[in-house]
Design a protein around this ligand. Structure first.
Ligand code: SAH
Length: 231
């Protein structure tokens, strides 16, 4: 058995691309169209550093969402977005055909913005102003950009715990590369395996007063986890 927790959890089973000769299914929006759409969403008006309100850049949101669509985890599925912010992942999931989406977000100001856009775009998304540890119910698919734990150590733990509690078939989430061992161990405990894990480009803009540089690159991974006992 490999010692490295990432190696231990890795299933290395990216599905074969859908490349049949006849009628290749296409998402409702191309990558470009999705990026343009998601870029219309406002970020938090006054980002709260304590809550790590760092919005997912539209390109990265589109990457996560189209990856989930490709794996058949969005169309017709129930989706949960943990720490939904102003709704980029939740609304994007609905734009790509999710049957219903539930977003959990502790900041009521952000929930109000997200709800406004769900109404404007007529999407089947409900946002709950609640702590992620209160997230209940089930979801086929979890999508999330949790706090990276830079401000409050362990802030990300509640998100991964909540993600596994909802018993989804698949979890899609961003995390700092420094969190690899921790997440891989939690994944094994929760009887999930890693379907994919790869670094993604991520520029952290100067959002908070303590950010001096205009922007700086962060080492961020995109995770795809699958429940081992799923059908
Ligand atoms: N999903 C959005 C926002 C990511 S930033 C996006 O991808 O752009 C992380 C979000 O988690 C912030 O909006 C923050 O307010 C929220 N958050 C932080 N701690 C939380 C908690 N304990 N419960 C619920 N939401 C939380």
């Amino acid at each position: 058995m490999p010692r490295d927790p990432v190696a231990k959890a890795f299933a290395g089973s990216n599905p074969a691309p859908r490349n049949g000769i006849t009628s290749v299914p296409r998402p409702a929006l191309s990558h470009r169209q999705l990026v343009i759409r998601l870029a219309k969403l406002p970020g938090p008006p006054t980002p709260d550093p304590a809550l790590e309100q760092v919005p997912t850049p539209p390109e990265r949101a589109a990457e996560l969402l189209l990856g989930a669509w490709q794996r058949d985890d969005l169309e017709g599925r129930t989706v949960a977005d943990l720490g939904a912010g102003t709704g980029v992942l939740a609304l994007g999931a609905a734009l790509l055909g999710a049957r219903s989406v539930v977003g959990w977000e502790v900041d009521p100001v952000l929930v109000a913005i997200a709800r406004e856009w769900a109404t404007r775009w007529e999407l089947p998304v409900v946002f709950h102003p609640a702590e992620v540890r209160q997230a209940t119910g089930r979801a086929d698919t979890v999508v999330m950009n949790p706090p990276f734990g830079a401000q409050r150590q362990g802030a990300d733990r509640e998100f991964w715990d909540a993600a596994f509690r909802l018993q989804p078939r698949r979890v899609y989430g961003f995390a700092l590369a420094a969190s690899r061992s921790f997440i891989a161990r939690r994944a094994v405990q929760a009887k999930t395996r890693i379907l994919d894990l790869h670094p993604v480009p991520w520029e952290l803009p100067a959002l908070f007063p303590h950010h001096r540089a205009r922007s700086r690159p962060l080492k961020v991974d995109l995770w795809v986890l699958e429940r081992s006992e799923s059908p």
